[in-house]
Design a protein around this ligand. Structure first.
Ligand code: DX5
Ligand code: ZN
Length: 230
C-alpha cells in the first residue's frame, strides 16, 4: 500500500496493539496470521535482526514477502541491522509498508528517511533506551514514525524500561502532530497504560500476546487499557 494509505490506516487504528511476530509459530505462519486478524489487529510488527547491530539473528525479506502474500494488513518492519540503506528497496519490494531503522546504526539519518519516503513507504526512526532524544531531533521533520524502545533491541521477553515514558512525552512535544509514536519492548497489561498516557499510539507486543492461549482476549484487553489511558 502507498505511504499515505498506510499512515491513514495507522492513525485511524491508534491506539493500536501491533503484534511482534518474533515469537510466533513460524511453522504455521498462515494460521498465526489468521488468528491475529481474527483478534482484530490492525498491523503486524516484523523484527529484522542481523546478528551484528544486535546480537540476535531473526529473519529478512523472504518472511516479509511470505507475510505480504498472506495478509493485507500494514507491515511495520523494524530493521535492527547495520547499513539498512543497502536493503530498504528490497524490503519495500518484499512488501514492507513502514520501515524503521535505528539511529545508532545510521547517525546521519536524513538521506535514508527521505529514501524510504521516495519508495512511497512510511519512514521511521528507532532509538534504544540509552540513546538520547537529541540524536533524532534534527530529523523529526522526515519521520512518519518515531519508535521509542523500552528495552534494548535484540530480544523479546525483556523487562520494560521506564525511560521510554519520558522520551514519549518529550517527542510528543517536539514532533509535529502527524508523527506517530510507537513503543516497543516489555509491553503488557501492567505497562501499556503508562505508555498510552505518555503519548504512545502504536504498542508493539510480543510475549504478552504469544504467551497467551487466546490472542483475541489479550489484544482486546491491551487495546482497551491503552484507550482508557489516553
Ligand atoms: C525487541 C523487538 C520487540 C520484541 C517485543 O528487539 O524489537 O519487537 O519482539 O517483544 P516483547 O513484547 O516480548 O518485549
Ligand atoms: Zn520491534
Amino acid at each position: 500500500m502507498n505511504r499515505q494509505a498506510c499512515l491513514d490506516r495507522l492513525r485511524t487504528a491508534a491506539p493500536a496493539v501491533l503484534p511482534s511476530l518474533l515469537q510466533c509459530d513460524f511453522g504455521n505462519l498462515e494460521r498465526e496470521v489468521r488468528r491475529l486478524e481474527e483478534a482484530g489487529v490492525q498491523a503486524l510488527h516484523l523484527d529484522v535482526m542481523d546478528g551484528n547491530f544486535v546480537p540476535n539473528l531473526s529473519y529478512g525479506m523472504p518472511i516479509v514477502h511470505a507475510l505480504r502474500q498472506l495478509t493485507a494488513l500494514p507491515l511495520d518492519v523494524h530493521l535492527m541491522i547495520r547499513e539498512p540503506a543497502k536493503y530498504v528497496r528490497q524490503f519495500r519490494e518484499a512488501g514492507a509498508d513502514v520501515m524503521t531503522f535505528h539511529i545508532e546504526a545510521v547517525p546521519e539519518p536524513r538521506d535514508l528517511l527521505a529514501q524510504i519516503r521516495a519508495l512511497d513507504a512510511a519512514s521511521g526512526i528507532a532509538l534504544n533506551p540509552g540513546t538520547p532524544l537529541a540524536s533524532i531531533a534534527g530529523c523529526l521533520d522526515l519521520c512518519d514514525v518515531v519508535l521509542v524502545m523500552s528495552v534494548n533491541a535484540g530480544f523479546g521477553g525483556q523487562k520494560f524500561n521506564d525511560i521510554a515514558l519520558d522520551k514519549l512525552r518529550t517527542v510528543r512535544q517536539q514532533a509535529g502532530p502527524d508523527v506517530l509514536l510507537e513503543v516497543d519492548g516489555g509491553i503488557n497489561e501492567k505497562t501499556i497504560s503508562s505508555c498510552s498516557a505518555a503519548g504512545g499510539q502504536l504498542f508493539v507486543v510480543g510475549s504478552a500476546i504469544f504467551g497467551q492461549p487466546q490472542y483475541a482476549s489479550a489484544v482486546r484487553e491491551l487495546t482497551s487499557l491503552a484507550a482508557s489511558s489516553l
